[in-house]
Design a protein around this ligand. Structure first.
Ligand code: PRP
Ligand code: ADE
Length: 179
């Protein structure tokens, strides 16, 4: 993977100490979204990674809300569909839901029961992995729908929080790592 392309993306992630509460160093992707060259480079890198890793993917599943910024453009590039994994109470029809804890709080994630068919191959996408609680909850939801989870993919991994350990044997990929 090209260091120059990675650097272009990394340069557009901005650290904010003590947000949203004291002690949290918030990694803000707003500058990355604002810069069309850096954002295109991000999608290029993720597309290259997925094309070289998996011969067939049925869907990208994106996590509410910042996974919705990255998942749909990536799915479009790959020529596949996108399914949303939402915070509770936003999706109509029959749903599955799972509670989880965050680096700064608690929440519940939901998917529509007909979002994927049993056996369909899914990559789960989010902007960032911290404690891993959100991603683990999304994995649980997709397992309940009997999807085949090919990989959990994030742009940013906060290594110090050891979140990838919560994903057990599910393959995990991060583009950028921070201590
Ligand atoms: C953030 C981030 C991930 C999650 C990671 O979302 O976008 O989804 O936290 O944290 P974890 O690994 O400790 O679970 P947040 O819940 O703040 O919601 P947002 O995307 O709507 O801002
Ligand atoms: N979500 C959870 N922890 C975060 C952090 N440190 N920066 C940005 N988003 C987050």
């Amino acid at each position: 993977m090209s260091d120059e392309r990675l650097r272009r993306v990394r340069d557009r992630v901005r650290p904010f100490p003590d947000f949203p509460e004291p002690g949290v160093l918030f990694r803000d992707i707003s500058p990355l979204l604002k810069d069309p060259v850096a954002f295109r480079t991000l999608i290029d890198l993720l597309e290259d990674h997925l094309r070289s890793s998996f011969p067939k993917i049925d869907f990208i599943a994106g996590l509410d809300s910042r996974g919705f910024l990255i998942g749909p453009p990536l799915a479009q590039r790959l020529g596949i569909g996108f399914v949303p994994v939402r915070k509770k109470g936003k999706l109509p029809g029959p749903t599955e839901s799972v509670c989880y804890t965050l680096e700064y709080g608690k929440a519940e994630l939901e998917m529509q029961k007909d979002a994927v068919e049993p056996g369909q191959k899914v990559v789960i996408v989010d902007d960032l992995l911290a404690t891993g609680g959100t991603m683990a909850a999304a994995c649980e939801l997709l397992k309940r729908l009997k999807a085949e989870i090919l990989e959990c993919l994030v742009v940013i991994e906060l290594k110090g929080l050891k979140g990838s350990g919560k994903l057990n044997s599910i393959p995990f990929y991060s583009l950028l790592q921070y201590d």
